[in-house]
Design a protein around this ligand. Structure first.
Ligand SMILES: Cc1cc2nc3c(=O)[nH]c(=O)nc-3n(C[C@H](O)[C@H](O)[C@H](O)COP(=O)(O)O)c2cc1C
Length: 210
């Protein structure tokens, strides 16, 4: 026999199940929306610029591959050379240890040793960096300080995880490379919601080289 108490229990259970089903439905609709809009946007934009006319090189640093992903997307459209900045001291350490190490190094004004990258013959240099502590990553800072950017056009791109002041990074690139010829940069968080490919192609199409 169904008592009033157990009847109330069934009602509450039914309400919970119906709430859960609604939540699952909304999540599925959202996922579908993101994939559909990504597909739609990407389908309706294509790379039409011709940056490959100039001798172009992409140089980037990446610890957890987000920046590398962007470097590869640029390469896919430009079909140009790519070089990764290697910084041995950050290899094989997790994000927490890396953050602690970098915090300490920034306090000490320390920059890691990075191998020299030969940029002879390249006119246009894309430079990719993750954002570290609101700043360029230390390997990219080293790279900018230790290489000659005379007569080169620099095009930066950055990946970040939370908040960043893009103009601060752009100014830092100019300062450390000792070169004012820095074109508008691309900034992205690593997330499907941000339509990365679509925004990247629009950015590439807008780049105008003299
Ligand atoms: C040491 C460290 C510091 C970071 N500082 C910031 C920060 O200040 N602001 C931010 O938005 N993201 C910050 N992040 C997140 C990274 O910028 C983000 O995950 C980036 O996409 C990583 O790029 P990568 O995978 O190419 O290494 C930090 C990450 C690390 C490891």
């Amino acid at each position: 026999m169904l008592t009033a108490k157990s009847g109330l229990g069934v009602k509450i259970m039914n309400k919970k199940i119906s709430f859960l089903l609604k939540a699952i439905f909304i999540i599925l609709v959202l996922i579908l929306y993101v994939f559909a809009t990504n597909w739609f946007f990407n389908k309706n934009v294509s790379y039409t610029n011709n940056l490959s006319d100039k001798k172009t090189l992409i140089v980037y640093y990446s610890h957890s591959n987000h920046t590398e992903k962007i470097a590869n997307m640029v390469k896919q459209h430009l079909n140009c050379d790519v070089k990764k900045i290697n910084a041995e001291e950050y290899e094989n350490i997790n994000a927490v240890d890396l953050t602690n190490l970098v915090t300490e190094q920034i306090q000490k004004n320390y920059l890691p040793k990075t191998e020299k990258i030969d940029m002879t013959g390249y006119n246009v240099i894309f430079i990719g960096s993750p954002v570290w502590k609101g700043d360029l990553s230390l390997p990219v800072k080293s790279f900018l300080i230790n290489n000659d950017f005379n007569n080169k056009t620099i095009i930066p791109f950055y990946t970040f995880g939370g908040y960043v002041d893009k103009s601060k990074l752009d100014n830092e690139i100019k300062e450390l490379s000792n070169n004012d010829n820095v074109l508008p940069s691309f900034l992205t968080v690593n997330c499907k919601f941000t339509f990365i490919e679509y925004r990247l192609i629009r950015w590439l199409n807008k780049i105008h080289l003299n």
